[in-house]
Every structure is written in structure tokens, then in C-alpha cells.
Write a protein that binds this ligand. Structure first.
Ligand code: TRP
Length: 450
């Protein structure tokens, strides 16, 4: 943490938004949101998810931004520059563990996108019936290829992180993310014309409040944290590159709106097809990968669209995992004094081991459930524990730190767009949410779940 070299700051506001959105938008929107919404009953989940984005997501995002921008440090440095040698460092450790767990299972799913990209390029899916598509995905899952792709994806991550070429990847993804957005809108229109469209939309948008259970609530909260990349200091680290003129509240709102919009569009893309092609919405992690090929296969020039879509999804996944591995690497470099290359190698090696176990959770290890926890396989355990428990715990710590330990006048100044004059509405409400609402609400949700 002795680095005091001046940081090169973001040149433009667009650069800020593109980078934070690059971390936020990924498999969380296109794969995890529809699968979680499907498992948790659709509309009821959606309402809770949006409520959590507003009540917790935007304020915690502002907290990470304020802490990062004011200290110009990563999460460990930020905590210790305000409270040196304190227990707050453990907050950073939770982030490291969560990042490693997410990196492991996320890479498995990113591997699926690579398989589908290659298969689409080869035209391998065209002309297959829905049943054949289904069978080919099932037989892919039980073979060794998912393990291979997980390793390949993590190795790509290694090269990007170790060589520090993130900037290059970011530049490519800044061009491709808007294209992905356009493509999704086009596919949504196609989905809205399907015979199952009204049933699909009713499932997603018509809340059945009787379906709200503690597990739906915790799932929606976890999804809000996961999708906004909150709780482990990723957004905090990005904000350490903000200039003093980057508006915090506005940037947080834009990031959260775009991220939520892409999740909603993915839902509009997936659920009409789910009901048209007779897939169960509660299918789980494989849902999106069972439905998308059926959609693409029916489009004229389907394999070209399919290849484009999966390639962009792969890139979106890469910009998201780059931010996770960076979190772990920074820990090893700053706290353990490792060289960047060895730190990256260690991070990726751990993720490869856990990633293989996650990939095998759909085949040879599918029957291996964990003691005490019941019917979770390793993949689901990693997914559930990191997103639904560790990220919200990290969220409590960041909220309490920024709301109660960071100086209030500094926080108000960070949150105000105008440096002088009366504090804005957001600058008055957000500190209250951070010091009271967020910690109490998250704790109550945990207790009710127990
Ligand atoms: N938000 C990303 C997505 O939706 C995933 C992600 C990137 C993430 N960095 C993170 C999740 C940090 C939690 C914490 O795909």
C-alpha cells in the first residue's frame, strides 16, 4: 500500500459510465437474472429486485463511489487510510473470498458461452429440433468440454490480468456492449411476437404476492448486489480513478438504470420463449442456455446472430471477471507483497480448482451435496453463498463504514453535485440509509431466513 504514484484519472464522464457499466453488465443480467426470476416465481421477484436496487443498490453504490473517490485507494487502502490497522481489513477479506467464489462458478457459465459461440460459428445447431437442441446441451454438460472451457476462460483471464491489458479489453467492450444492447432489443421484438409472449410477460410482470417467501426476498437482494457488482469494493476501486468533478449520485443512478434495463430486457427476451417452447421457468442455471438456441435457430441467418450474441456475452463476462480477479490480485500484491504475475497466477490457479468442481456439478459431482446445507451442489453452493450472503455482508460493512466512520461532512461533500450551498436531497437521505436502513434491513432479512 505504499503506492503513492499519481493516478491517471478518467478523462471523460462517458468513460466513467462505460467502465462501471462494463463491470455491472454481464452474465448477471442475461443469465442469472432470468434464472433467479424463474426459480422465484417471476413478478414477485422482479418487484423485490427493483425495490432492492433502489433502497440498497443505489445507496451502497454511492457509498463505494464516495469512499473510492475520496481516498483514491482500493478497498484495503480505503479502509486503512481512514482507520489504520483496524479490524475493518476483514471487510476486504470477505471481498476476496467472495470474488474467488464468484470467479469460479462464473467462469463455468462463461465457458458455456464459448462453447455456443464455437458451435454457432460451425453452424452446428441449425436445423436441429428443440428436442435435439436440448439433448445436445445435456450431453455437452455431462462431458469434459465444460471443464475444458472453464480452464480456457480462466487462462484468458490470466493473460488479460497479468499483462495488464485490461484497458484494451475495456476499449473493445465499450464498443461491443452497446451492440449487445441493440441486439438484445431486436431479439426482444422477436420474442414479443411469439405465441407464448403474453404468458411470458404475465409471468415476469404480474406479481403474485403470495409467492413472496424469505428465500425469494434473499434471492432478490443477492441478485441486486450481484448485478451491480457491489459488496467487494470493485466499484470502489473504479471510483478511485474518478475526478473530483465526477458526479457520484448521478453516475450511480445511470449505472443502476442501465444495468436494470438490460436485466429487464433479458427477461422479455427469455420468458416468452420459455412459455412458447414448453421449458420450465424454474429450470435453474441452465434455463437461458436451453432457451436461447431455440430462439436463434428459428431466425433467418440464425447461426450468425447466435455467434454474435454469444461472442458479445463472452466479452461482457470477461470485463466482469476482470474486475473480480483484480480484487483478489490487489489483495495479494498490496497486503502480501507478492509480484503481480505470481499474484495473478495464484488467483487463477485457485479459481481453476474450484471452477473444475463447479463445472463437474452438472455431471459427475451432481449428486455430491454438501453436509448441513442439504440439496446444494458445489456450483449452487458457491453461487448462493457468495451472492446472497457474502455480498450483502460486505454491503453492510461498506454502508456502516461510510455512514458512520467516514466524516459526515466529507460524505455530504462527496454526494453533493454542487460543492457549495445546501446539501441536495440525495446527500441528506443517503447517509441515513447507509447508517441505518441498509444494515438493519439486511440483518433482518438474514435473521428471517434463518
Ligand atoms: N455484475 C456482474 C454481472 O452482472 C458480475 C460481477 C462483476 C460481480 N464484478 C462483481 C458480482 C463483483 C459481484 C461482485 O455479471
Amino acid at each position: 500500500m505504499k503506492q503513492s504514484s499519481p493516478r491517471s484519472l478518467f478523462a471523460t464522464r462517458l468513460g466513467v459510465i462505460a467502465t462501471t457499466v462494463g463491470s455491472a453488465v454481464g452474465l448477471g443480467n442475461i443469465w442469472r437474472f432470468p434464472y433467479e426470476a424463474g426459480v422465484h416465481g417471476g413478478g414477485a421477484f422482479l418487484i423485490l429486485y427493483i425495490a432492492f436496487i433502489l433502497i440498497l443498490g443505489v445507496p451502497v453504490l454511492c457509498a463505494e463511489f464516495a469512499l473510492g473517490r475520496s481516498t483514491h485507494r482500493g478497498i484495503f487502502g480505503a479502509f486503512s487510510s481512514i482507520r489504520p490497522n483496524s479490524r475493518w481489513r476483514w471487510g476486504g477479506i470477505i471481498g476476496v473470498v467472495a470474488s474467488l467464489m464468484i470467479l469460479s462458478f462464473y467462469s463455468v457459465v462463461a465457458g458455456w458461452t464459448m462453447e455456443y459461440f464455437i458451435v454457432s460459428v460451425k453452424g452446428g445447431l441449425s436445423g436441429l429440433s428443440d428436442a435435439e437442441l436440448h439433448a445436445s446441451f445435456s450431453s455437452f454438460l455431462v462431458g469434459w468440454r465444460p471443464v475444458g472451457w472453464t480452464i480456457v476462460f480462466l487462462l484468458i483471464n490470466y493473460f488479460v490480468t497479468a499483462r495488464g491489458v485490461q484497458k484494451g479489453v475495456e476499449r473493445i467492450s465499450n464498443i461491443l456492449t452497446p451492440m449487445l444492447f441493440v441486439l438484445i432489443i431486436a431479439f426482444c421484438i422477436n420474442s414479443l411476437l411469439l405465441p407464448g409472449a403474453s404468458e411470458g410477460l404475465a409471468f415476469l410482470f404480474h406479481p403474485d404476492f403470495s409467492k413472496i417467501t424469505p428465500s425469494v426476498v434473499i434471492g432478490a437482494m443477492g441478485q441486486a448486489f450481484f448485478s451491480l457488482s457491489l459488496g467487494i469494493g470493485v466499484m470502489l476501486t473504479y471510483a478511485s480513478y474518478f475526478t473530483d468533478r465526477t458526479p457520484i449520485v448521478r453516475s450511480a443512478m445511470i449505472t443502476a438504470s442501465l444495468d436494470t434495463l438490460i436485466a429487464l430486457l433479458s427477461g422479455i427476451l427469455i420468458f416468452p420463449a420459455v412459455f412458447t417452447y414448453g421449458v420450465s421457468p424454474a429450470e435453474g442455471p441452465t434455463l437461458v442456455f436451453e432457451v436461447l438456441p431455440s430462439i436463434f435457430n428459428r431466425l433467418p441467418g440464425g447461426m450468425i446472430w447466435s455467434a454474435l450474441f454469444f461472442f458479445m456475452l463472452f466479452l461482457a463476462s470477461l470485463t466482469s471477471t476482470m474486475s473480480m480477479s483484480e480484487c483478489v490480485v490487489t489483495y495479494f500484491v498490496e497486503e502480501k507483497g507478492m509480484k503481480r504475475k505470481s499474484a495473478t497466477a495464484l488467483t487463477i490457479a485457485v479459481a481453476v480448482v474450484f471452477g473444475i468442481l463447479c463445472a463437474l456439478s452438472f455431471s459427475s459431482l451432481s449428486d455430491l451435496t454438501l453436509p448441513f446445507i442439504g440439496s446444494f451442489n458445489i456450483f449452487n453452493f458457491f453461487d448462493y453463498t457468495s451472492s446472497n450472503i457474502l455480498l450483502p455482508v460486505g454491503g453492510i460493512l461498506i454502508s456502516v463504514f461510510v455512514g458512520r466512520i467516514m466524516s459526515r461532512s466529507l460524505l455530504t461533500k462527496q454526494l453533493s453535485s454542487r460543492p457549495s450551498g445546501a446539501p441536495s436531497f440525495a446527500a441528506r437521505v443517503i447517509p441515513f440509509i447507509l447508517s441505518w436502513v441498509a444494515p438493519v434491513l439486511i440483518t433482518i432479512i438474514f435473521l428471517v431466513n434463518l
